[in-house]
Each structure stands twice: as C-alpha cells, then as structure tokens.
Ligand binder design. Sequence first.
Ligand code: ATP
Ligand code: MG
Length: 270
Amino acid sequence: MSNLTRKLSQVLLSKLGGNVDHTIRTVLLELIDNSRDNKAGLININLISEDGINNHKKYYLVIYDNGTGMSNIDNIFLANEGKVNKKGCKNQGFLDSLAYLSDVSGELDILTNYKNRLSRIFIQFDDMKNEYIKQLKEENIDYNKCQEHLEKNYSVWHDNILRKENMKLFENIKNGGTYIKIQLYKDFELENVDPMFFQYSYNENFKLNFMGRDININTIDDICVTKQFKPALCEMYMAIHTSGCEIYRFKNNFNKDNKYYKKLRGESLT
Ligand SMILES: Nc1ncnc2c1ncn2[C@@H]1O[C@H](COP(=O)(O)OP(=O)(O)OP(=O)(O)O)[C@@H](O)[C@H]1O
Ligand SMILES: [Mg+2]
C-alpha cells in the first residue's frame, strides 16, 4: 500500500490519447532533462526485451543516470516538492512521458540511490486501465475505483544500505543515481532517432549512451553558432483520443502557429 495523496489514477488516465504535445524525441528530452536537473553527467538510454506469457515479448525503455538520485521517491508522482532554477518546473514531464510511452498500461519500475539510501517503486497499471476501459462504457468514471486498482498494484520499498541481495538490481546505480524502466505499449522505432538530435538539443557537456552508442554531448560540436540558436524541427503527429477522434498536429519549433486538426469519428479529414 502507498500513501498516494494526489489522485494519480485521474492524472494519468486523463493523459490517455489526448497527449498531443509530445513526440518520442520530446519525451526522451523530458527524461534527459530530469537526469540533468539531478546533476547526472552520464545518462544511459536503452531498449530491452523480456519474455512474457505465451512467448509474447515485452519491451521496455530503460533510462538510468549517475545523478544525485531521489531523496523522496514518491515525489516523482506526488509532486510535493517542486524544483527551482532547473529545466523542470511543472512537475508534469515525467507523468506525460510515462503516459506517452506506456499508454498507462504494463509495468513501471523506478529505482533510486540517494547517498546510498535505496528506494524502489514498482507499479503494474493493467488492472487500473482495464477498470477505466470498462467504465468508459458507463455514464461516469469512478476514479476512486481506478485509484483502488492502482494502489493495489503499487509497491514502494526503502532500504538504508546496499545489501548483497540487491547488488544486481542496483548495479547500474550503485554509486548513486536513478534507474527507470517503462514498459512500451508499441514500437517507437527508437533506432530511427538520430543520436545527433541530442547534441543539437543541449548546449551543455555530458555523456549519453543512446541505444548502445556513446555520444559526447558538448558545446563545441553544436551546429548553433551562438547559444541563441536551436535546431529547427518540423513534426507531424497523430493521436487517437479515447473518444475515437483522430487528432493531427503539425508543429514546428520556430513559430507559434501550430496547427491542430480534429477528425471526428466517421468523418474524413479535409
Ligand atoms: N532522473 C531523475 N533523478 C532524480 N529525480 C528525478 C528524476 N526524474 C524525476 N525525478 C523527480 O521527479 C520529479 C518530477 O519530475 P517531472 O519531470 O514530472 O517534473 P519536473 O522536472 O519537476 O517539471 P517538468 O514538468 O517541467 O519536467 C522531479 O522534480 C524530481 O524530483
Ligand atoms: Mg522534468
């Protein structure tokens, strides 16, 4: 059992399908920003697979860093403590990324080592999601019921020292840092993300290992002539809302005139 005060189920489920402001690249940047905010100089992002039932493979995005770790692991969900003078300030980036990558289903494992104090949160979202989908056919959503399913499948654990039996689990962050493993609900084609995208997105120095490739993010190889320039990005994004509407977004990062189109069920897009 946990001490979840914020209706996490409601926050997460409300992000389902309607989360049109992200792409796989911006989600990766959110996760990297969090590591950088916590002083990580080394960040590792990878895709791993595990066998599920009936030989059904499960895929996970794993990100771990050598930052300070979390003194209070619950903060990643409860947002009781905000950050000051950091990249992150809204206490939404992680939940947005989680909803985008997992579709609020499957498993989430978070391990953190803060000054040798270890904490872990493990969540299985499927019961909550199934309850929500069942309720979508009814008139109202009872978030208390969804929350009950979430709390039943939410475990949090703390230990003050790194014991032998936990060595393997915490090996990637044995000197401090955070390890996050998110089950992916679809193939995000991470292999198609150009590692140079990260170089162009940060005017900072740190080491990133992305999908097995080492990238030395630095301020010298920046294509930007001065700190005022960022790469120009144009993206088209499509999402299907839980109501059945298709939402298309045409977005760029150099003018604010982003276009959103909504295609209602049964209509064609003009
Ligand atoms: N890699 C990490 N290392 C340490 N703490 C983390 C890490 N990732 C998340 N956190 C903790 O979780 C909290 C919530 O992260 P989240 O990205 O949702 O919000 P934020 O970074 O504060 O703001 P924003 O919404 O602008 O990103 C952070 O404030 C931080 O305390
Ligand atoms: Mg953040």
